[in-house]
Design a binder for this molecule. Structure first.
Ligand code: UD1
Ligand code: MG
Length: 467
């Protein structure tokens, strides 16, 4: 009896997937696959979790009273479910291009929808970009799993996503190859440029590889409290979908490349949302499972995949603003200017069950320049420091003994005071969503003013196919 709603949902997902002639395809199928992905992950996560502990894949929940041991690397389950779902999605997504009749020799005599099939030929470009993305995701999941198994050093694992992104970049080169970026109107006016865009050539591939490196790593370092790794991925997916809907809803954009691009992005993100929501259910406070680096790498690569193959990597980075802030803010610790403990997650206080900013403690005196920088950050409300005044003969010197770890999570605690873990996660996700919404509006208003162009307008599409 308890299983009845799930069986009902399964039937709904099958109906959505298989109703191939619906005008809402392929979005309808993607919703069906999202529901299917949710149900499969929801079943597999609790069923397999004890086996992860059995083979030693577990971690201590550091922000709980008894530091319970819970299964780690569970992100592999939704990742594998997602990959299998995306394999199964191929015939439904490319249905309209199937050839049903041939006189032999590879002739494309009759297609399911001959008109579309003839006008587009077979969408080799879209299928190859889709398959390259799936290949990159598979490689990323494999490398993420290796990291969880062998705890690869930061300086090595940082660059792994660039290797996984190779198929994506090669297909970009073969299929699209545009390496131009638009020059903002005000820069053109200041420097008197005539050109609309500049060609970055090979540098553009370096930039896209950097995007692929940044997305997974930035999610992995904005972590340490229950629900945050997967929660931020859900928020990012929702924001990207809202951006996609801006292109899918206006009828005037129907036959444009931007429509096709954002349709593909929707088909990739909706099933991702399905599997991620099931993981969030188990990872939310109090967590029953940890997602592991596998999930952070996987979700980051999903975003790099839609951003790169959809040619909207700059818009993508706009939605990553909190992660960019967290990365830039972390630089003193990431680059060793300030001591970086193995875990920078906030400090849990058993007495009141609340989270407080965690501190890096300095055994040796820091260089004066770094101390000065820290005092400036403290004055700006961007750091909590513990300092000591030292009186020498005729002057008083300030020595910094401790400072809050350089993470956005700690900063939120510095700003808003101690909080329970779930509330802290909620506040960060709300902050991320609000910044994302503002960025979305800015993307389609200020960008048009800066560049004199926004691809939401059909007129502009004649200049370049996307941002
Ligand atoms: C990154 C962060 C590290 C942070 C860690 C938390 C950097 C450079 N690294 O390291 O500061 O502490 O993520 O994931 O910023 N854990 C909890 N509660 C949670 C999530 C994780 O206690 O909600 C602990 C568990 O002991 C778990 C471990 O963190 O086993 C996982 O850490 P791991 O993902 O291996 O850390 P990194 O990604 O290397
Ligand atoms: Mg991690």
């Amino acid at each position: 009896m308890q299983q009845l709603p799930k069986i009902g949902l399964l039937a709904v997902s099958m109906a959505l997937i298989c109703h191939t002639y619906s005008p809402l395809q392929p979005i309808q199928s993607s919703i069906g696959f999202a529901v299917l992905g949710y149900l499969l992950s929801d079943y597999l996560i609790p069923a397999t979790a004890p086996y992860f502990i059995k083979i030693g894949l577990f971690g201590k929940d550091l922000s709980k009273k008894d530091k319970p041991v819970i299964p780690e690397t569970i992100g592999i389950i939704p990742a594998v479910v997602y990959l299998f779902i995306m394999f199964s999605f191929i015939p439904f997504m490319f249905f309209k291009f199937l050839v049903v009749d041939t006189s032999g020799g590879g002739s494309r005599d009759t297609g399911v929808d001959l008109e579309t099939a003839d006008s587009n030929y077979f969408p080799h470009n879209k299928l190859s970009s889709y398959l390259s993305g799936i290949l990159s995701l598979e490689s990323m999941v494999l490398l993420g799993l290796l990291d969880d198994l062998f705890d690869i050093r930061w300086r090595h694992k940082f660059f792994l996503p660039a290797i996984a992104a190779i198929p994506l970049l090669i297909v970009y080169y073969v299929d699209f190859g545009v390496t131009h970026i638009l020059i903002p109107t005000f820069i053109k006016n200041i420097f008197g440029f005539e050109a609309v865009s500049i060609d970055l050539g090979a540098l553009y591939y370096g930039y896209m590889a950097a995007v692929a490196i940044f997305c997974p790593n930035s999610i992995n370092i904005l972590a340490g409290i229950n629900g945050l790794e997967v929660g931020q991925s859900v928020v990012l997916a929702v924001l990207l979908l809202l951006n996609d809907f801006c292109y899918l809803i206006p009828a005037s954009l129907r036959s444009t490349p931007a429509y096709e691009t954002h349709l593909m992005s929707t088909c990739i993100l909706v099933p991702f949302l399905g599997v991620s929501l099931s993981l969030l259910k188990f990872n939310w406070y109090p967590a029953k499972v940890f997602v592991g680096d596998t999930f952070c790498y996987f979700s980051g690569m999903v975003f790099a995949f839609v951003g790169i193959s959809g040619h909207f990597s700059k818009t993508l980075l706009l939605f990553f603003l909190p992660q960019i802030f967290n990365f830039v803010y972390s630089i003193p610790q990431l680059f060793g200017l300030v001591e970086c403990p193995r875990h920078r997650l906030p400090r849990f206080n058993e007495e009141d069950n609340m989270m407080y900013p965690s501190h890096a403690v300095f055994k040796k005196r820091l260089p004066k320049l770094i101390e000065k920088g820290m005092l400036i950050l403290e004055a700006l409300g961007l750091l909590e420091v513990v300092k000591e005044e030292m009186k020498t003969d005729n002057k008083t010197e300030i020595i910094i003994k401790e400072c809050s770890n350089f993470t956005l999570i700690n900063l939120v605690l510095v700003w808003f005071g101690p909080m329970r873990e779930d509330r802290l996660c909620f506040v960060i996700l709300l902050l991320q969503f609000s910044i994302g919404l503002i960025s979305l509006v800015a993307r389609h208003t200020i960008a048009a003013l800066l560049f004199g162009y926004d691809n939401l307008s059909i007129f502009n599409l004649s200049i370049l196919s996307s941002n």
